[in-house]
Design a protein around this ligand. Structure first.
Ligand code: UT7
Length: 352
């Protein structure tokens, strides 16, 4: 009988280093409201957002992903030649073909490595972190580079009241690898395709091409359908979040074998500071447990929001390397993914 070889990795894995990149251009609520029928007060009160950042000049999805990843590698202190896989969590790479991770790996000087994208909306980082931890545990890679990257500004309709004020651009990355003690819990994750239309592109690719073809010759109209813009039924997502996420959070704690008293910091996806404050309260986390609030000046950066928020907390001193953090990503799909993790050390080269 033929015996097929298997692999065996390290059961204990952790995030060994983190890096982030924030675009140079800061966009205030007032600037958004030059086009959008809204106000600075409404946006801040409903979402907790004051500013977001948009790419400009030479900045691209590729350059942001590479900058964040390079910082994560340098912070981890590992030899980049030992990275066995690159996972890029994104929904806003400019092309579906080719996907982004191989070119990012090439730019990082590790061409040839296994490289693929994970597309799970705002839960993307949690999904990618889970796959990376499993890869190291299974022995299919020694170190895995996980990048959360979004360029939400490229697919935004600046006049849409449901999305124009929420989203921002940025990238955050971590190195996942073996560690003495375990630093990444089992993942609690799931999806709800029945409600997937609550966050969706306005047209799918076929509809978009049909409309563009039908409107050929009328340039302004073609321009109008030129965006594969995202639409979001905010209140519907809010209601789904209120039912689904508390259960997910208690499952994460249960599967991690920790209690709310063990949690030093809470770092949920930065979708809305009201949702995050509610989750903290419902979970019964102590008053003095800090909750990430990177949304205030970074906006909602979808798959990039959790690594960006971790980086912000480490750089500003609100959290420290080695502390126990509760993570939860949620959004399009409608998908979610949560873990309890040990935070990596503060980055050597902060993004701000
Ligand atoms: O990252 C992916 C996951 N996404 C989320 O988790 C998002 C979850 N949802 C949300 O964060 C919130 O639903 C929003 C921040 C998007 C919106 O806040 P809301 O409190 O749910 O507002 P709403 O849509 O229920 O609208 C409330 C009022 C309405 O007016 P009336 O009917 O009360 O008179 C809207 O017409 O605010 C009005 N409105 C606005 N006013 C100014 C809706 N959008 C705007 C706007 N500016 N942009």
């Amino acid at each position: 009988m033929v015996s097929i070889a298997s692999t065996k990795g390290h059961q204990n894995v952790s995030m060994l280093g983190i890096g982030a990149y924030r675009p140079n251009r800061v966009v205030t609520n007032d600037e958004v409201c030059e086009v959008l029928d809204s106000s600075d007060e409404w946006i801040f009160e409903r979402s907790g957002i004051r500013n977001r950042r948009f790419v400009s000049g030479d900045e691209t999805p590729r350059s942001m992903a590479v900058a964040a990843a390079d910082r994560a590698i340098n912070s981890s202190g590992i030899d980049r030649a030992e990275i066995g896989a690159v996972i890029l969590a994104t929904s806003t790479w400019k092309t579906l073909t080719p996907h982004g991770a191989p070119t990012v790996a090439y730019d990082l000087g590790i061409n040839g490595v296994a490289a693929f994208d994970v597309c799970a909306g705002c839960a993307g980082f949690g999904y990618a972190l889970s796959v990376a931890a499993d890869q190291v545990r299974a022995g299919s890679a020694k170190y895995v580079l996980v990048i959360g990257l979004e360029t939400m500004s490229l697919g935004l309709d600046p006049t849409d009241r449901g999305t124009a004020f929420i989203f921002g651009d940025g990238a955050g990355a971590v190195i996942v690898g073996p560690s003495e003690e375990n630093g990444i819990s089992p993942t609690v994750w799931g999806s709800d395709g029945e409600n997937a239309s609550a966050i969706a592109q306005q047209y799918d690719l076929v509809e978009y091409m049909d409309r563009a073809n039908a409107l050929q010759g009328t340039d302004p109209e073609v321009e109008k359908v030129g965006r594969l813009a995202i639409r979001m039924e905010g209140p519907r997502v809010f209601r789904w979040a209120a039912i689904t996420l508390p259960k997910a959070l208690s499952n994460v704690l249960e599967q991690s074998g920790v209690s709310t008293d063990d949690i030093d910091v809470f770092i949920p996806h930065q979708a809305n500071s009201r949702i995050n404050d509610l989750m903290k309260k419902n979970l019964g986390l102590a008053e003095n447990v800090p909750v990430a609030n990177d949304i205030e000046n970074t906006g909602n950066t979808s798959a990039a929001s959790i690594p960006l928020a971790i980086e912000e907390m480490l750089v500003s001193g609100k959290a420290k390397g080695g502390q126990i953090a509760l993570l939860l990503g949620f959004g399009a799909g409608l998908s979610y993914a949560g873990q309890v993790v040990k935070l990596p050390p503060a980055p050597v080269e902060p993004s701000f």
